[in-house]
Design a protein around this ligand. Structure first.
Ligand code: AMP
Length: 475
């Protein structure tokens, strides 16, 4: 049974660079925020694929010796984060397999909604799976295809999967990038500056990866597009019928790094604009605005600018918190949040505080933060959220909990306010969220806020997989 259903990931691929693996490593480093559980790189030296995958953070997994052994001018990589299901090395990407046509590696960001059914079909006809990840289904579809060319096999495989995918494939002499026809997850294309003596390409989840390796942004990989990089250069193919685009709006709200440019806009500027709109929609009499760092910082700046209230850092974040720490036996109030955030008494004492964050998921962190603000002397705490209530789970590659754990799925705003113990709580409206696009919401997926799923529930595989997933979560 597939256990992967919600996971967040980053992909990076480099073609035609003498230090391809090193460039991919740096790209993964820049994209660490998209996945912190495991990482991997696979390179090709033209004779074989060289792979290194491990649990942990990019900086801990790769060192000079490892990278030096990854020869070749083509490489792909992957960062993974999954809270559901098993977090084993066997699920760490890129996957590498050897099939009748040679070795192939794959990196995937997104979730397929019909993977369970395809897997059952493939198993019935003899395929043996090594992982519990939906991505492996794509490999088996490629391996069992009767098409004669690699591109033909990839097109046939992708024509059978439904859902979200931003993909990279690597063979001995080729890199292929593909984005699903709805464009759920981002994928951008860049090239290395020829002035530096090489003219290779890079494909990555976000533009901040391009910045670090000094690649020049060219454009997005378009929804439904397959790009092939080979000895003859780059070729583009659009083999699928066009579908309405469904680009993830939550990438703007929370997930992407603020210094990335996404769907033609700078994420930091968008978040600031959302904060401004939040202030226009939900003003409040207060003494200062303070962000929940880091996620609420750009929106808090926008809120402060629009409202004319001073911006202060009432919460300071420790940026060096690892995954593990020794919790004291004796209870410390709000320990889990306090280890990451500390409230500043000198800023907050006797103040009416507007605290800004990008979203509320379960409400438990927000509640602890508000208690901390009060403990530090805040007189009033008004919470402002720069997106609409997160009421529905994501099935396309953002790790959100099940519906029953999402506080906004069953509670009205005032009930949430009471739960988080705020003096007031207000969210950005759905229309307000699209104000930076002049109100045009077409082309985006906002299922997490609206419950409007672009791949419908009448898709049999989707329904079944949803049930299976909710069942495993409730166990
Ligand atoms: P809570 O109050 O427990 O719902 O936590 C709210 C915090 O979770 C906010 O600071 C959000 O930025 C953050 N958040 C939202 N979505 C995610 C996600 N997919 N993964 C991790 N944190 C998230």
């Amino acid at each position: 049974m597939l256990d992967k259903f919600r996971e967040e990931c980053a992909v990076v691929g480099v073609y035609g660079h003498p230090e391809a693996a090193n460039m991919v490593y740096l790209g993964l480093y820049a994209l660490q925020h998209r996945g912190q559980e495991s990482s991997g790189i696979v390179s090709s030296d033209g004779k074989g694929l060289i792979s290194h995958r491990q649990m942990g953070l990019v900086a801990d997994i790769f060192n000079e010796d490892v990278i030096k052994q990854m020869d070749g001018s083509i490489a792909i990589g992957h960062n993974r984060y999954s809270t559901s299901g098993q977090s084993h090395l066997k699920n760490t990407q890129p996957f590498v397999v050897e099939y009748a046509h040679g070795p192939i590696a794959i990196s995937h960001n997104g979730n397929l909604v019909n993977a369970e059914i395809l897997r059952e079909e493939l198993e019935e006809s003899g395929s043996i799976f090594q992982s519990t990840s939906d991505t492996e289904v794509i490999i088996h579809l490629i391996a069992t295809s009767r098409e004669s060319s690699l591109m033909g096999r990839i097109v046939e495989a992708l024509s059978r999967v439904r859902g979200a995918y931003s993909l990279l494939f690597l063979t001995l002499d080729r890199m292929i990038a593909a984005r699903d026809p709805r464009g759920f997850r981002p994928l951008v294309l860049g090239k290395f500056k020829t002035g530096k003596g090489h003219s290779g390409y890079v494909v990555a989840s976000e533009t901040c990866a391009l910045d670090l390796i000094e690649a020049e942004y060219m454009r997005e990989v378009e929804p439904g597009e397959i790009l092939s990089f080979g000895p003859k250069g780059m070729e583009s193919l659009k083999p699928f019928p066009p579908a309405p685009h469904a680009k993830c709006i939550f990438e703007y709200i929370y997930f992407s790094r603020p210094d990335s440019n996404l769907y033609g806009r700078n994420v930091y500027q968008v978040r600031k604009e959302l904060g401004r709109q939040l202030a226009r929609e939900n003003p409040v009499e207060a003494d200062l605005v303070t962000p929940v760092p880091d996620s609420g910082v750009p929106a808090a700046i926008g809120y402060a600018q629009e409202s004319g209230l001073p911006l202060e850092f009432g919460l300071i974040r420790n940026h060096y918190v690892g995954r593990t720490f020794i919790e004291p036996q004796q209870s410390i109030r709000h320990f889990g949040v306090k280890i990451k955030l500390n409230a500043q008494r000198e800023v907050l004492r006797r103040k009416r505080v507007v605290v800004v964050d990008d979203s509320i998921v379960r409400g438990t962190t927000s509640r602890k933060i508000i208690r901390m603000l009060r403990d530090a002397g805040a007189k009033e705490v008004h919470m402002r959220i720069s997106s609409p209530p997160t009421s529905s789970p994501c099935y396309y590659g953002i790790d959100t909990p099940t519906r029953s754990e999402l506080i906004a799925s069953a509670s009205a705003v005032d009930e949430i306010r009471r739960f988080i113990e705020a003096d007031s709580l207000a969210y950005l409206s759905r229309e307000g969220m699209y104000s930076f696009l002049d109100g045009r919401s077409d082309g985006f997926c906002d299922a997490c806020f609206s419950g409007n799923y672009p791949i419908h529930f009448d898709d049999e595989g989707h329904v079944r997989q949803l049930h299976l997933f909710e069942a495993t979560q409730q166990r």
